[in-house]
Design a protein around this ligand. Structure first.
Ligand code: FAD
Length: 459
C-alpha cells in the first residue's frame, strides 16, 4: 500500500495550490504531472523561464511562487508521469518512460484542467492551421514565435496571445473575431455581476488597447471560415465579415473558440457529468468542496468548470481542506473558517463567466460545421458522414461512434466529441456523455504486460 494520504493529478494552479494546502495541513501528498515540470497551462515552464521571456507577462511570472511552494517535505512530485487509469479504491495507474506504476491513497484529487474547444471548419486539419493555445505552449516551452500569424476565433485567450506576440516583437498579421454585436448585447445584462471581477475586466481592456495601438488589422463578426494550402506551403484563409468576403494568406493560422473542461479523466473514473448550457460543454458534478458522487474522488480547477487560474487555486485549496477534514486532520469548523477568503476569491473570479460565455459564445458553424469539414481528425470522419449516420438511424453519440468510428482514434474524441454533440443538437438530439475507456492516453501493450498486480509506488 502507498503511504500517500492524497494523490493529486495535475500540477497546474489547482493541483499546486491543493498540494501546498494539504501538505501544510499534515497530509502526505503524491503529485502526478504528465509534463516535465509544474505550472499547468497558464504557468507552463515558469520555474525555468522565471522572469525571462518577459513578453509572457507579469501574471505568468507570478506563478513561480506556486511552483516553489511544492518544495515541501510532505510533497512527492513525479513529473513526466501520465495517469492513464483511475479505479475505485481509489487506485491510480500512471506511466513514465514506458513503465507503469500503481499508486493508492484514500483520497484522489483530479486537477487535470481545460482543453481548447475544437474549431472545425473546411481546411482546419491542414499543416499551418493550429490551435492558438498550442502555439502559446511552443512560446512557453521553446521560445518559438510565429511570424505574420493570423489569429481567428474568439475569447480572452486570443487577445492575450495577440498581446504576448506584440510584446515579443512578432505581432499577428490580423485578428479575425467571430463575436457579433448580438452576442455582446446578450452579454450586457451580465456586466454588473462581472464588475465583481473588475481587475480581470481591466486587464482585458488593456489587452485590447495594446492590440489597437500596435495597428493589428481587426475584423469582427467574421464567419464562413475556409482554409486551403498555398503553393509555397502557407495558408489561404477566407471568411465573411460585414457583408464582404475577405482573403488573407499567412504562414500560420491560429484558431481559438474558448476552453472547456477536460473531462476525459473524470468520465473515465465514472464521475457523474452535467451539461453546462452556457459553455456548451459537459463538466463533472461536484459540490462546493469539489466532492464528486464517487467516494474518495474530488475534482478542482478548470477540469470541474472553467473559471481561470485564480478560481482554480481557490478551488484547489478548498478541496484540499475538505480532504484534510474527511481524513480527520481538521474539524469541519476549521475547514469552513480557513476557507472564507478562498470562497470570496472563487465567487469573484466566477462572477465574470456569464459575461464571457455570452460575449464569446462559439459560432453555430463551429458547433455544427459544413458537410465537407473533417470532424474526427484521427479517423478522418466528415460532418457529412456523421449526418448520414443520423439519417441511417443513429440517435446519440454512441451510435454515431459505432457507425462512423468518430472518436475511436488515439485522442479518444477529445477533438471531436463536442462537434458530434453539436451536430446531434442541430437535429434536435439532446447532449449525452459517453464513457471513456482506459487507457486514457496511449501506452504500449508491453507496458501493460509488464504491470504486475503487486507493483505499487509509495510517496
Ligand atoms: C492551451 C491553453 C492555454 C492556456 N493559457 C492560458 C494563459 O496563458 N493565461 C490564462 O490565464 N489562462 C490560460 N489558459 C486557461 C488555464 O488553463 C486556466 O486558467 C488554469 O491554468 C486552470 O488551472 P488548472 O490547474 O485547473 O489546470 P491546468 O493549468 O490546465 O493544469 C492541469 C495539469 O494537469 C496535467 N494533466 C492533465 N491530464 C493529466 C494526466 N492524465 N496525467 C498527469 N497529468 C495530467 C496537465 O499536464 C496540466 O499540467 C489556457 C488554457 C489552455 C487549454
Amino acid at each position: 500500500m502507498s503511504d500517500a494520504d492524497l494523490i493529486i493529478i495535475g500540477a497546474g494552479p489547482a493541483g499546486m495550490a491543493a498540494a501546498a494546502a494539504a501538505a501544510q495541513g499534515g497530509a502526505r501528498v503524491l503529485l502526478l504531472e504528465e509534463q516535465p515540470r509544474a505550472g499547468g497551462q497558464i504557468f507552463r515552464n515558469v520555474g525555468v523561464n522565471g522572469g525571462a521571456r518577459r513578453y509572457l507577462g507579469t501574471d505568468y511570472a507570478a506563478g513561480a511562487a506556486l511552483v516553489r511552494a511544492l518544495e515541501h517535505p510532505s510533497i512527492t512530485a513525479e513529473f513526466s508521469a501520465t495517469v492513464w487509469r483511475i479505479e475505485a479504491g481509489p487506485t491510480v495507474l500512471w506511466s513514465r518512460d514506458g513503465a507503469s506504476q500503481i499508486s493508492r491513497a484514500r483520497h484522489v484529487l483530479l486537477a487535470g484542467g481545460a482543453q481548447e474547444r475544437p474549431v472545425p471548419f473546411p481546411g482546419w486539419t491542414l499543416p499551418g492551421v493550429m490551435p492558438a493555445g498550442a502555439a502559446q505552449i511552443l512560446m512557453k516551452t521553446a521560445g518559438l514565435l510565429p511570424r505574420d500569424a493570423v489569429l481567428a476565433g474568439a475569447g480572452p485567450l486570443l487577445y492575450l496571445i495577440a498581446a504576448q506576440l506584440i510584446d515579443a516583437g512578432a505581432p499577428p498579421k490580423a485578428l479575425v473575431e467571430t463575436q457579433t454585436p448580438a452576442m455582446m448585447a446578450r452579454a450586457l445584462p451580465h456586466l454588473p455581476r462581472a464588475l465583481l471581477a473588475a481587475p480581470t475586466l481591466v486587464k482585458g481592456l488593456g489587452l485590447l488597447r495594446k492590440i489597437r495601438a500596435a495597428g493589428v488589422a481587426r475584423y469582427t463578426g467574421a464567419s464562413g471560415f475556409r482554409a486551403t494550402a498555398t503553393e509555397d506551403g502557407g495558408i489561404a484563409f477566407s471568411f465573411a465579415a460585414k457583408g464582404r468576403t475577405h482573403h488573407l494568406t499567412t504562414p500560420l493560422l491560429l484558431t481559438h473558440q474558448g476552453v472547456v473542461p477536460a473531462t476525459h479523466m473524470s468520465r473515465a473514473a465514472g464521475i457523474a457529468q452535467g451539461w453546462n448550457a452556457a459553455q456548451q460543454a459537459f463538466q463533472p458534478q461536484v459540490d462546493a468542496w469539489g466532492r464528486t458522487d464517487l467516494p474518495g474522488l474530488h475534482v478542482a480547477g478548470d477540469g470541474a468548470g472553467i473559471g481561470g487560474a485564480e478560481a482554480a487555486q481557490a478551488a484547489g485549496r478548498l478541496a484540499a481542506r475538505d480532504i484534510l477534514h474527511l481524513s480527520g486532520r481538521i474539524s469541519q469548523d476549521a475547514r469552513d473558517q480557513t476557507s472564507a477568503l478562498d470562497r470570496v476569491a472563487l465567487r469573484r473570479a466566477m462572477a465574470i463567466r456569464p459575461f464571457l460565455d455570452a460575449a464569446y459564445a462559439p459560432l453555430p458553424e463551429f458547433r455544427s460545421p459544413p458537410d465537407d469539414t473533417i470532424v474526427c481528425r484521427c479517423e478522418e470522419v466528415t460532418a457529412a458522414q456523421i449526418r448520414q449516420s443520423l439519417r441511417d438511424g443513429a440517435n446519440g453519440p454512441r451510435q454515431v461512434k459505432t457507425a462512423t468510428r468518430a472518436g475511436m482514434g488515439p485522442c479518444q474524441g477529445r477533438m471531436c466529441d463536442l462537434t458530434v454533440l453539436g451536430i446531434l443538437a442541430s437535429c434536435g438530439i439532446k447532449p449525452a456523455t459517453t464513457r471513456i475507456r482506459s487507457p486514457l492516453k496511449p501506452i504500449a501493450l508491453g507496458e501493460l504486460a509488464a504491470l504486475t498486480p503487486t507493483q505499487e509506488t509509495s510517496a
